[in-house]
Design a protein around this ligand. Sequence first.
Ligand SMILES: Nc1ncnc2c1ncn2[C@@H]1O[C@H](COP(=O)(O)OP(=O)(O)OP(=O)(O)O)[C@@H](O)[C@H]1O
Ligand SMILES: CC(=O)N[C@H]1[C@@H]2OC[C@@H](O2)[C@@H](O)[C@@H]1O[C@H](C)C(=O)O
Length: 400
Amino acid sequence: MTDIKRAIGLMSGTSMDGIDIALIRTDGHSLVERGPSLSVAYSDGFRARLKQGLADVRVIRSRDQRPGVLARLERDLTLHHAIALHDFLHVHAIHREAIDLIGFHGQTMMHRPDEGLTVQIGDGRLLATETGIPVVHDMRANDMAHGGQGAPLIPAYHAALAAGLDDQCGSPVVFVNIGGISNLTYVGSDGTLVAFDSGPGNMLIDQWVETHTGAAFDNGGAIAADGVVDEALARRYLSHSFFTGNVRRSLDRGDFLPPHRDEASLADGARTLAFVSAAAILKSATHLPQRPKIFVVSGGGRKNIAIMQVLKELAAGQGAEVVSAETMGLDGDAMEAEAWAYLAVRSLKGLPLSYPTTTGCDAPVSGGILVHPETDFEIPGEMMRFQRIAETIAGDDRDR
Ligand SMILES: Nc1ncnc2c1ncn2[C@@H]1O[C@H](COP(=O)(O)OP(=O)(O)OP(=O)(O)O)[C@@H](O)[C@H]1O
Ligand SMILES: CC(=O)N[C@H]1[C@@H]2OC[C@@H](O2)[C@@H](O)[C@@H]1O[C@H](C)C(=O)O
């Protein structure tokens, strides 16, 4: 009998905007039934603590070091995930015992593929203890140990989704995730899977808008709508060695920096960076085996009209269509969390998470660490839970 699992994925991406949670039922192969999802935003206080963590992580030389605020941050990040998971179960009236597994991404604090170093904070053991559910975490490390870039890992899930899309759209199909960083997955009609990071997604726009206005992002692309593209500035980004080099490599937040504050007006800067985000995707897509017929876009960047307009124009010039994940009946906000649930099930079964054509690893490799909760687990009582929330949130303000 097919062994089908109910798994929850927890994703906190490079934008550091919050936690995405999604439930799926899957056999870890082509059977995927997507369930409910939820996004829980971080408070300004916790985002400020994560940014402090990005500064403190710079001195790390091995992936288990936790200098400065990082040890405390890892604990509190994990508690935020536990709280978010309890809320998710409560909102959807799901009993904890109905869940077989959690796939826990944690928060990437540093990613240096050239040095074989990738650091995601998140305490899998603590999460298992707090939730009473087995947790698979740290899914990038084994790929790197086998010569891979450690990212992107979502392509295995895209391949499963593509199998369900066959009748609806042409092939090859390319899945585009526009998060803080963008990545592409090409799925050919013969199942060929090719993937890589494609450039800065929203992170430069977010940093630019925050510096000028204090807002976390350009809502809907409204700021960019009032601007014009500064061509010299756009050219500077698009001639970065990431695009001109022949080897595809995965990106860290620090690989691209926002323009200096006075290099452009707020609106022109936002418009230019939205243009760069879209043009980077098309530029990177030239490294795919074939021109795609359709780009299926997920991630928060699909809500930025300025990015989507340019993407559609540039793709149309190559005879390709651009649609949001929702047009294909998928969920562009939950897809990464769903993927982490799917990958956790694959990890449990010892199936590959990555391939030479997706991360550059030497051979298809599995990965992840499985942690079981203590056998005498009891759900923390409501009072204890609220006390933990209060403590964690108080910590967010105290430590910022
Ligand atoms: N309504 C919106 N309008 C414009 N941009 C938006 C909107 N909602 C979200 N975004 C952008 O999407 C970003 C979050 O996207 P997402 O959650 O896909 O990224 P992530 O998962 O953190 O990153 P990554 O995929 O790189 O790990 C926000 O930081 C913001 O820039
Ligand atoms: C190191 C790391 O966290 N990389 C992320 C980041 O965000 C987008 C892009 O860069 C992608 O390579 C990856 O996340 C996705 C979910 C992945 O691994 O598939």
